[in-house]
Design a protein around this ligand. Sequence first.
Ligand code: GDP
Ligand code: MG
Length: 310
Amino acid sequence: MDGPHSGRQPRGPLAVHNRAVFKRLMQTFDRLMGRGVIDDQLYEELEEALLQADTHVQTTGEILEELRKAVRNEKITQPEAMRERLKQAIAARFTQEGTMRLAQGPSSPTVYLFVGVNGVGKTTTIAKLAQRLQHQGKRVLLAAGDTFRAAAIEQLEIWAQRTGADIVRTQPGADSAAVIFDAIQAGKARGVDYVLADTAGRQHSKDNLMAELAKVAAVSEKALGRRPDEVLLVIDANTGQNAIRQAEEFIKVAGVTGLVLTKLDGTARGGALIGVYERFRVPVKLIGVGEKAEDLRDFDSSEFASQLFA
Ligand SMILES: Nc1nc2c(ncn2[C@@H]2O[C@H](COP(=O)(O)OP(=O)(O)O)[C@@H](O)[C@H]2O)c(=O)[nH]1
Ligand SMILES: [Mg+2]
């Protein structure tokens, strides 16, 4: 298969893990239904179970509202019917609109910018994607835009060597936007297919960081004549509800076009994912399921939804 996506998706830990979370949810539900009455207490306990799975408060409210309505309108009295209705209400929220594929630039190079707070997995995700693209015979250039720490530049350098990608880098402390500008120029001159740009997740202050990211997102326009083809916000799946706050800030300054959810191989709960997507309508495009270069998967919402309760 061509392009930044792999072909068939192996069943990843994401599905397995969420299955565990929602299985617990369904067990709670069955226990509640054991009383045989659909009353306020049932809804309250259901609410608690949803919140415990990291589902956003508002989303939880909406799911319950939908369920109450369905119970009224469809005259649901049987636990099994209500169970099905709850599954439907949750699964529907994972169904993303539009395309979830990574966008392809109208001319080379296609430029992806990776943003997100420190430690979420930006650099690792870049390495994973670089490897996938190189395996497809694409030429990839990495831009070491995290100039905040020397170690960050070295880390990307190591990944460039391992994956066989080119790299454009400068001294620590240099201007991040300038490095990315240079990398895009170099990418054009060398005829590479993709420029994957790393950015800092930390700065001397949060205002500094946000100002830098706004500049970085704008610089592509100068070098390329268009915005980056994707601005990917990387979120650690363990972040829980804080993910919403992070997303809010990055979306505001960096024009985020897609989400990457990392560390789904761990004990992360899946509920935060519903919240972020519901709130911002920014599609999840990739998921990280480990620390190795091959631990990258495309996010498939329909498969995800169908596996939740499998
Ligand atoms: N288990 C696991 N660890 C990950 C994943 N992605 C990144 N990491 C680890 O998270 C840590 C921070 O990753 P890094 O890419 O340096 O984050 P950055 O600061 O956003 O660039 C590293 O130890 C990575 O190996 C993932 O999908 N699963
Ligand atoms: Mg990094």
